[in-house]
Design a protein around this ligand. Structure first.
Ligand SMILES: [Zn+2]
Length: 579
């Protein structure tokens, strides 16, 4: 028998969905499961597309520990949307199918996951993704350019040979920097000294705007699309020219602004997965300093997360600063995951989906970022050969002669990076989705879990009772989540308040609320606690607090543990004769 969730599934594990299909999928879930799926738009793109956010979990308005997943903030990175949808679907199954094993997690961990509130933004750049899906053109985030400077010759992507796609053009030139591979027809290689030609210039398929008739401008990855959303977030934002693609001010882009507006009102978010492609690695903080500058508890937590990344996600984890700065020791500015970690206090990481290099058998490079630029000719040809045998030749496309209105005789075609380079072959999407969900479900299960496991009522005579509540954190993480997040203004330590009802009154109403301080969970991160073989010991009552009140009269007392960071837990107890 097909489960109701399976029956509703759009083919996001088989191919990349367009904007309308993603919306249809989200609406289908929200319609079928109104008790635990809510769909809302948190903003609108410049081309008028809604930025749809899914909230999963019963009572979506009740504050409690929450997690966030977003995908496809970079337009070509379409498989991020598939993975985000797969994670959403697994959380929906947790609620809809009691027997669902949640990527092999035991029942008590599934209970933790069912208590969470889960936010999923499957496609942060719908305009960009739509342009990539329809034309294959290169767009970093969004296919728009609102820069005021005119009369600046530049390349503008456009289909020139009538096949609907905007890929590359090449033109023979004795000063060309490229040659065609002899091993893999059509594959362009950086020219080497001994090469005998023909030599080529390679440009985007398109036209030169504001052309002077002879000078060909350098193509530039933000040549006709002005802002990289992942440089537009507020934490450590820096303007051009210090940071390419920054945008004119932090959250100048409606997509970035929508995310920041929404999450600013949700201090409960403690885990954040920012999905990108490609490479096959997780990038964790710090992005701006080496590990020795990182808080040791935070580092131990990320070490545990990295272990799940290795075991379940299948990728190594690297420090942003140590292995993912494009220029050594020059941190990126305005990146989303940095904002989520430093400013929102979340266990935030980037996943670069699709381990192309590992699948080609390349040795792991260190720093990891060298995989993208330090490829040998043999490695490029291995990629071309793999494309032919394992990827149905989706990347290396035939070159076809055309007459270009500005450059004369050129050839169009070359490389379609969408499937096999920027994203995995479609045949691998299903496994990618399952593995990344298995990873993220474990990260989400680190949630702090406040509880009031015990309330005792002792009669003191003369219509008085002493009410004692035990408050515990039974989750992995402390209520402040990360040590480095403790000082954030919204990182409020929980307090407990007692409210007398139906004839019961606190003798000292001013003492109704008690500060509890932050409460540790049981987790210490990997290699983070006192687990030395020669001295295996626990900590004392770091996960437990007690509070008591004197109550007069009969009725009930509501005990409420509150913090904007971890939400609210309540328990009500009867007092006096009306037991
Ligand atoms: Zn990206």
């Amino acid at each position: 028998m097909t489960s109701p969730v399976t029956a509703l599934a759009y083919p996001f594990r088989q191919r990349f969905l367009n904007y309308q299909e993603i919306n249809d999928q989200l609406e289908a879930w929200a319609r079928a499961f109104p008790e635990f799926v809510r769909l809302q738009s948190i903003g609108t793109s410049v081309e008028g597309r809604a930025l749809h956010l899914l909230t999963i979990g019963r009572e979506p308005n009740r504050d409690r520990p929450s997690v966030w997943v977003d995908g496809n903030m970079h337009a070509t990175e379409l498989s991020g949307s598939s993975v985000a949808l797969a994670i959403a679907e697994d959380f929906i199954r947790l609620h809809a199918e009691p027997d669902f094993d949640a990527q092999s997690l035991p029942p008590h961990v599934r209970d933790v996951l069912r208590e969470l509130r889960v936010y999923v933004l499957p496609r942060m750049s719908p305009d960009g993704a739509e342009a990539v899906l329809t034309t294959g053109r290169y767009v970093r985030s969004n296919p728009r350019d609102r820069r005021p400077e005119a009369h600046r010759p530049r390349w503008v992507s456009r289909d020139m040979d009538g096949d609907g796609l905007a890929l590359l053009i090449r033109k023979e030139d004795p000063a060309g920097e490229f040659v065609e591979s002899r091993e893999v027809r059509g594959l362009m290689l950086p020219r080497e000294l001994e090469d005998i030609g023909p030599f080529y210039k390679v440009f985007p398929e398109g036209v030169i705007e504001d052309w002077d008739g002879h000078t060909i401008p350098d193509p530039y990855f933000l040549g006709d699309n002005d802002t990289d959303l992942n440089r537009n977030f507020p934490w450590s934002w820096a303007p051009e020219p210090e940071q390419e693609g920054a945008g004119v001010y932090p959250t100048s882009e409606p997509e970035a602004r929508a995310v920041v507006d929404f999450v600013t009102k949700e201090p409960t978010i403690f885990a954040w997965l920012n999905l990108h492609t490609f490479g096959g690695c997780y990038i964790r903080p710090l992005g701006n300093a080496p590990d020795r500058k990182m808080n040791p508890f935070d580092l131990a937590v990320f070490r545990q997360v990295a272990q799940w990344g290795e075991d379940h996600g299948g990728y190594p984890t690297v420090s942003g600063f140590e292995e993912f700065t494009y220029e050594p020791e020059k941190p990126l500015h305005g990146a989303l995951a940095d904002y989520a970690f430093h400013q929102r206090g979340a266990i935030a990481l980037v996943c670069e989906l699709w381990d192309l290099f590992a699948q080609l058998g390349f040795a792991r490079k260190k720093p990891f970022v060298d995989h993208y630029t330090m490829l040998t000719r043999a490695e490029l040809e291995a990629l071309g050969a793999w494309d032919r045998t394992q990827n149905q030749s989706r990347i290396v496309r035939p070159w076809r002669p055309i007459e270009h209105p500005q450059l004369g005789r050129v050839e169009a075609g070359g490389v379609d990076p969408r499937i096999g380079m920027s994203n995995p072959p479609l045949e691998q999407l299903r496994e990618l989705c399952a593995r990344q969900s298995a990873f993220f479900l474990r990260l989400a299960a680190m949630s702090p879990r406040l509880a009031i496991p015990e309330v005792t009522v002792e009669p003191l005579g003369a219509d008085l009772h002493r009410v004692t509540a035990v408050i515990t954190n039974e989750g992995y993480l402390p209520t402040h989540i990360l040590e480095s997040a403790k000082e954030l203004p919204f990182n409020e330590p929980p307090s407990v308040i007692a409210v007398g009802r139906n004839g019961a009154h606190l003798v000292d109403p001013k003492g109704a609320r008690r500060a509890l301080g932050h409460i540790d969970g049981w987790g210490r991160g990997k290699f983070g606690g006192a687990f030395a073989l020669f001295f295996q010991r626990s900590r004392g009552s770091v996960s437990r607090r007690e509070a008591c009140w004197i109550v007069r009269g009969s009725g009930s007392v509501e005990i409420r543990v509150e913090s904007c960071r971890t939400g609210t837990v309540t328990r009500t107890i009867a007092i006096g004769e009306r037991h």
